[in-house]
Design a protein around this ligand. Structure first.
Ligand code: SF4
Length: 346
């Protein structure tokens, strides 16, 4: 699942046309012809939302070598209301756990357990599409992990996901979301200049109008502050499809005042962006509550009054810990700390 069609044809050693047919059938027709390769969710939880059902599912990640734990990826299928229809977006994980330590995020509590291979990322699409039979239109790298911390495998997974003989997802329907790793963004900036990559969407998790607040909730900011990050976004290669998404998790008492909104607008004046305001979904043992409706609308209003294009992300899947910032397997987290070994069930 981690190979593009050319790589598969080359590595199979079979006649090119026959190998290509196998590749197409595998991705288009699903596992009926290849049952041993079907990724079967170990658990799936469904939560209703006004736009349809949110499905969070877990896939087993077998150990790669002796002595390694078996793990699980977490993915979420989210219904999205469009003007005339509802489409499905798949939120994929690029790592099990995450090393970035954002204080508002459930995944951060796990620490980084390991990065996923391109195949392990693509199999999340395969399971959502072929096993759970969702018609996936968009893919967002917003699940567990920092995609730019696993750059090569994430880029390879996008090559496979967009392969016309494979899943054939449009590049413009894929969004890579990062905390703003400067090193990764510099590599990605070169990648998106390549043919076929220009419409890849970029989302950057900002969550604060200044370094003092960002330092306190996102440790990455201490080594890669806004002064270095914002100029990269200001000069990000222009895409036909539009603006960079600035993600802003709204946390009462931390970053949610009218002054914060004004400061954010000032800081991002030179970035062609849309601020996506995400009401905070409390992680386990959270020190903060979620914002009230009034707080969310007041913040949006302040952005809008200053001419900043913005939108609100509606919260879906909060009850099943499937909402934004809530992914993270508690059992795996505990297992890591108590040091259980391979073979013990989760
Ligand atoms: S918000 Fe994203 S980058 Fe930050 S800890 Fe959570 S998964 Fe990692």
């Amino acid at each position: 699942m981690g190979l593009t069609r050319e790589e598969f044809v080359r590595e199979s050693g079979a006649p090119a046309q026959a190998a290509l047919e196998v590749y197409k059938r595998f991705f288009r027709e699903g596992p009926s012809e290849f049952p041993p390769l079907a990724p079967v969710p170990t658990k799936s939880l469904v939560t209703p939302s006004p736009e349809g059902e949110v499905t969070k599912f877990l896939l087993a990640v077998p150990p790669r070598r002796e002595g390694e734990q078996s793990l699980e990826t977490e993915s979420v299928v989210i219904p999205m209301m469009r003007r005339h229809s509802t489409t499905k977006t798949l939120c994929v994980s690029s790592q099990v756990g995450c090393a970035m330590g954002c204080t508002f995020c459930e995944t951060a509590q796990m620490g980084l357990i390991r990065s996923l291979t391109a195949a392990e990322i693509v199999r999340q699409w395969y399971a959502a599409h072929h096993i759970l039979t969702h018609d996936i239109k968009n893919i967002v790298f917003m699940g567990m992990g920092e995609p730019l911390d696993n750059y090569d495998e994430v880029i390879q997974s996008i090559r496979v996901l967009t392969d016309h003989a494979g899943p054939s997802i449009a590049m413009g329907s894929i969004t890579l979301s990062t905390v703003g790793r400067i090193d990764g963004l510099l590599l990605l900036r070169e990648q998106v200049k390549q043919t076929g990559w220009k419409s890849l969407n970029l989302a950057v998790s900002i969550n604060a109008p200044n370094d003092a607040i960002r330092d306190s909730i996102m440790p990455i900011n201490r080594s890669m502050p806004l002064d270095e990050l914002v100029p990269i976004l200001e000069t990000w290669p222009r895409r036909k499809s539009g603006a960079i998404c600035v993600e802003y998790v709204l946390i009462p008492g931390v970053n949610a005042s009218a002054e914060h909104a004004a400061e954010l607008c000032e800081r991002f004046r030179g970035v062609r962006c849309c601020v996506n305001v995400i009401p905070y979904n409390p992680r386990r043992d959270s020190p903060w509550p979620s914002p009230t409706e009034e707080e969310v609308w007041a913040f949006l209003h302040e952005l809008e009054s200053r001419g900043q294009f913005c939108k609100r992300r509606r919260t879906k899947g909060r009850d099943s810990m499937a909402a934004c910032g809530q992914l993270g397997n508690e059992a795996i987290r505990k297992r890591k700390f108590v040091g259980l070994s391979v073979g013990e069930g989760s």
